[in-house]
Design a protein. Structure first.
Length: 195
C-alpha cells in the first residue's frame, strides 16, 4: 500500500469515527447482508455483532463529546414525586458534576471531601479524557437521558445539540429475526435515534 493510499484510508477511518459513521458501518452492513444471502448465518451474526459494538461505541463517544462541548451547564431537576417543592439545582462543567443544591438551594453533601481533588486533566474539551473520566461522563449522560422529562436547562455556555447524522444501528427491523447459528432470516439495517 502506498503512502497516498494509506493516507486516504486513514482519512476514511477518521471521518467514520468523527462525522460520518456510515463510512465504517455501511461496509459491515453490506458484508452482513451478503453473508446472510449466502446462508452463512453464523458469520453474518458475528459481523452484525461487531457492527453493533462499533455503533454503540460511536454513540457513547458522541454523548461524552456533547457534554464536554457544553461547557458549564446549569439545570433544574423537578421533584420525582410531582410535589410542589422547588426544583433541585445542578451544575455541570464539561459533563462533570460540580455542584448540586436541594430544594432550598443548600449545597448537598454528594461525596466525602477527600474525593474532591479539583479539576482533572482533560476537563477541557480539546484534551483526551482518561478512561475513568469517560466512564463518569457516560454515567452522567445516561442519567441525563433517563431523567430528561424532569430536567429544565437554565444555562449552557457551549452547545448541547449535534448536527451530525444519526448512527445507523444494525438490528432486525420489526418482524425480522436476527441471523444466528440456527439459520434465521437475514438482518437489515435501520436508522437509530439521533444521538
Amino acid at each position: 500500500m502506498s503512502e497516498a493510499d494509506y493516507g486516504v484510508l486513514v482519512g476514511q477511518v477518521v471521518a467514520g469515527l468523527t462525522v460520518d459513521p456510515a463510512v465504517l458501518l455501511e461496509p459491515l452492513r453490506r458484508r452482513m447482508t451478503a453473508l446472510a444471502e449466502a446462508e452463512r448465518y453464523e458469520d453474518a451474526a458475528v459481523t452484525r455483532d461487531r457492527a453493533q459494538a462499533l455503533a454503540r461505541a460511536l454513540h457513547r463517544q458522541r454523548r461524552v463529546d456533547r457534554l464536554r462541548r457544553a461547557g458549564r451547564v446549569e439545570l433544574e431537576l423537578a421533584p420525582r414525586d410531582g410535589s410542589s417543592r422547588p426544583p433541585r439545582r445542578l451544575v455541570l462543567d464539561c459533563g462533570r458534576l460540580l455542584d448540586a443544591a436541594d430544594a432550598d438551594h443548600d449545597a448537598l453533601d454528594l461525596w466525602p471531601a477527600e474525593w474532591d481533588a479539583g479539576p482533572e486533566p482533560g476537563d477541557r474539551p480539546d484534551v483526551p479524557l482518561a478512561r475513568h473520566l469517560v466512564d463518569e461522563l457516560a454515567c452522567v449522560a445516561s442519567w441525563l437521558d433517563a431523567e430528561a422529562h424532569r430536567i429544565r436547562l437554565v444555562h449552557c455556555d457551549g452547545e448541547l445539540a449535534s448536527c451530525l447524522p444519526p448512527i445507523p444501528l444494525l438490528s432486525p427491523t420489526p418482524g425480522e429475526k436476527a441471523p444466528s447459528s440456527d439459520r434465521r432470516a437475514p438482518v437489515s439495517a435501520r436508522r437509530g435515534p439521533r444521538p
